[in-house]
Structure formats: C-alpha cells, structure tokens
Design a protein around this ligand. Structure first.
Ligand code: FAD
Length: 414
C-alpha cells in the first residue's frame, strides 16, 4: 500500500509515507467581491505579493483589511502613494515591532549562544527564547507597577506584550488593563480623536493574533491617509473606478486585499486528499478538523501533517514547532522501518480524546471567545472550532514523547 500523488499535469508519484509540509498560512483568502472583474485598476493580494514589487508613487491606493499584513503594509505604502484609503472592519491591537539592525557584537553573542537559545525556545511555552512570561496575576500588583511593566514591554516591542501577566489570556479584568494601555497609546499617538477612537479596538487583546508594526498608528497623522469604517458604510463590491460602498464610490489606481488566509486547513483541504476506502479528508473535516496530536488522522495511514490542527502550531514560534514535528516524524519512521512495520494510523478513539482535550484547553482561554482565524471565522461557511492546541509547547512535547516512548500509544501499527 502506498500513497499516490497526482499533480495537475497528470504526473504520478508513489511513496509509502506522505508528509504534508504545506503550511498553515499558505492558502490565501482570495477576494470574492462582486464586480472585481469589472475593476479597471491594478489589484494585489498581500499573501501573493509580486516578487518584483509594486510602484505606488503618485497613485491613489485603497487597502481592504487591517490585520497583521495590512498593519505592516500601510505605513510603507502611505510613504509612497499619493493617497491611501484604509477600509477597516475590525480595529486590531498592534505593538511596536522595534525592528532594527543588529550590532556586530549582538550578532556574535547570539551566534555563540545558539545552542542555549534554541534550548530555551524549545522549553518555553510559545517556543520563543526571548519571550519572558510574567508569573504574577495582573490584578495582584499595583496600578503603577502594572503600568510600568506594560510600558517596559511596549518599549521593548513585540508580541511578548501580552505575556506581561499570567492571566491576560484567561481573565477579563486582567485583559482589560492590557487592552486599555494600548488604547491609551493609540489616543496619545493619533492626533484626530475620531480616527483614534476608530482605531482603538474594543475586543479582547490577544484574542485575534496580536499585530506588530512600525509606525502603524503614527501613519494616520499623515494628510494622505484616510481611515474608513465599513461597519458604518459597508463595501458593496468593486466597480470600474474602484470600491463601491453603500454610500460612495472611491476611485483607485490600485486596490490591495489584505484579507488573510484560510488558516491551518486551507492548504490541506485544497488537495483532494483521499484515504482508506476512498475517505475524503474534506468530508471527514466538514465539521472541523480532527487529528491525533495535529500529526496524523484516523483513516489516513502513513500520512503526517507538520504543524497540523490540534498542535501548538500558529500559537507558537513556527520554527520551534516545525522542528519538533519533523523530529517526531523522523523517529516514527525509523521505528516503523526498524520494526518491519508497514502502516501506522491513529485510533479514532485516541483522536477523539485528543481533540476534546484541545477544545477543553482552548475553552479556558479568552482566545476562544472572539471571531478570529484561529476559529476559522474569517472564512464564510468554515466550521467554528478552535484549531491550534493552546496548552503550550512543553506539555505538548511531553505528550508526543510519551506516545513515541510507549511504542506509539493511540496508534494502530501493523
Ligand atoms: C505574513 C506572515 C507572517 C508570519 N510571521 C511569522 C512569524 O513572525 N513567526 C512565525 O513563527 N511564523 C510566522 N508566520 C507563519 C509562517 O507560516 C511560518 O513561520 C512558516 O512559513 C511555516 O513554514 P512551513 O514550511 O510550515 O509553511 P510555508 O512556509 O507556508 O510553506 C508551505 C509550502 O507548501 C507549498 N504548498 C502548499 N500547498 C501545496 C500543494 N498543494 N502543492 C505543492 N506545494 C504546496 C507552498 O507553496 C509553500 O511553499 C507568518 C506567516 C505569514 C503569512
């Protein structure tokens, strides 16, 4: 028994094992706006950016979306374009990225400590060595102390901001203090108070993926940037000249769609994967993805997924999680070959238990409560289910190691 891979040109490849390293954020959410075919300007999708760049100079540009990609694209485009109009549906929290060139001493120091840094990353909750999570509850410290800690993390930059206290991700009151700090920063930064309020998110901080930016909020002080709220004036579609909303037509030379990805399952489901007895992954996952450890699915023997749904994946530094999966799969294949086995497949009961555990862990976090791509809410019709494992890398790694050490508990091997 082998896997058969058939390419679109009809070429066929056979292999006893198949490893899906197809990415969690590789399947772009293609724009499906009415009238796109009638629009006469140029348009681009951030997730499929032309490798030779886009010239915005002297152009009227519209950008739809204010997630991670837009937050990073907007300041850069605004510097070049004649005018940039931003269509916002949901305001997002963004922390200064503080990207900068590294000094040669820093580079030398990091290179000397590679092994130590990688070990720290492997043992940390999110797979990031430099992220130092606070162990106190946000409400257990004074308001001044809390403010100073948020300020310190804001100055340091990066998404470690929400790791300041142990309960920002689980307790509404703690979360509010971090959210309000960022909202105050937005109000301080953005000169126009109406624009500032529009940019100030009202949802839970860290519920959607936290953004990191360079001068995102500052960009709204430029005279060539306009922010529009599509909740007030929804987009109807595109017309010959540009974007049509309920009340207006906005003329653009270029429209950019920064509307995200069909995360975690998009690439896998686009491949028409058929398992035992013609089982279609698309059918099995119609009620949301099911997987044992995010590594393997019942009904699909000898098929492995790197950073699949049910593993820490997008809630961690991906390199750390990818390496852990690659090493686990390598060891599994060595075990199979050494033992003369031909087939490995998770037991449906083990898969069910694991997915219930994934759900239970997620349900204890605030991330579970909002519409984000973690739950597939950005893709119309996608079943709402919290896809990544929210328990952190160390307990997940321990579980994977235990499974391997026990001779692959939860799997049928023959
Ligand atoms: C804008 C953006 C920012 C990100 N920032 C970070 C970050 O700061 N830190 C972090 O850890 N992660 C980040 N990520 C997540 C990122 O996806 C991973 O870090 C990393 O790219 C994952 O590597 P991968 O090899 O698993 O997947 P990818 O790099 O996505 O590679 C998947 C490959 O599979 C190919 N593929 C997919 N389907 C098929 C098919 N049917 N046939 C043939 N080939 C196929 C794709 O073309 C691609 O080459 C970011 C992602 C995006 C989109």
């Amino acid at each position: 028994k082998q896997w058969l891979l058939r390419s679109s040109s009809g070429e066929e490849f056979y292999g006893r094992y198949c490893v899906m390293a197809t990415g969690t954020l590789s399947s772009v959410n293609q724009p499906k706006f009415a009238g796109l075919d009638k629009y006469q300007g140029d348009w681009y999708v951030t997730g499929r950016w032309p490798h030779d760049g886009v010239d915005f100079s002297g152009k009227n540009v519209g950008i739809i979306g204010t997630g991670s990609s837009a937050v990073q694209a907007i300041p850069v485009i605004a510097k070049e374009a004649k005018h940039l109009t931003v269509f916002q549906r949901t305001a997002n929290y963004s922390i200064p990225a503080k990207n900068r060139p590294l000094g040669s001493n820093e580079v030398d120091d990091i290179k000397k400590r590679y092994a130590e840094i990688r070990k720290e990353a492997r043992e940390s909750r999110a797979g990031i060595a430099s992220m130092k999570p606070g162990s106190n509850s946000a409400m257990s410290v004074s308001e001044i102390e809390r403010h100073n800690e948020y300020q310190r993390r804001w100055d340091e930059g990066g998404t470690g901001f929400t790791a300041a206290y142990s309960d920002i991700g689980t307790d509404d009151t703690a979360n509010f203090t971090a959210a309000e700090f960022v909202r105050d920063k937005i109000r301080e930064t953005v000169n126009n108070s109406v624009t500032a309020e529009l940019l100030a998110p009202t949802n839970t901080i860290g519920c959607k993926r936290l953004c990191a930016d360079t001068d995102y909020y500052e960009t709204y002080n430029r005279v060539n940037v306009t922010l529009l709220d599509v909740n007030v004036d929804p987009i109807k579609g595109l017309v010959k000249e540009g974007v049509q909303t309920e009340n207006n037509v906005y003329e653009f030379d270029i429209v950019i769609f920064a509307i995200g990805f069909d995360a975690m399952t998009g690439a896998l489901l686009s491949m028409n994967i058929k398992g035992k007895e013609g089982l279609q992954l698309r059918d099995i996952w119609s009620d949301g993805p099911q997987s044992y450890l995010g590594l393997s699915m019942a009904g699909f023997p000898n098929l492995f997924t790197i950073t699949g749904p049910g593993s820490p994946s997008v809630l961690s530094n991906m390199m750390t999680s990818i390496e852990q999966h690659v090493e686990w799969i390598r060891d599994c294949l060595s075990y199979m070959e050494a033992g003369g086995f031909r087939e490995i497949e998770p037991k449906p009961s083990a898969e069910e238990r694991w997915m219930s555990h994934v759900e239970e862990i997620a349900a204890n976090t605030l991330r579970y409560t909002c519409n984000s791509w973690y739950v597939g809410a950005n893709i119309p019709g996608k079943k709402r289910i919290f896809m990544p494992y929210a328990g952190g890398i160390p307990p997940y790694r321990e579980k994977c190691d235990q499974v391997a050490a026990s001779g692959y508990d939860g799997f049928n091997i023959s």
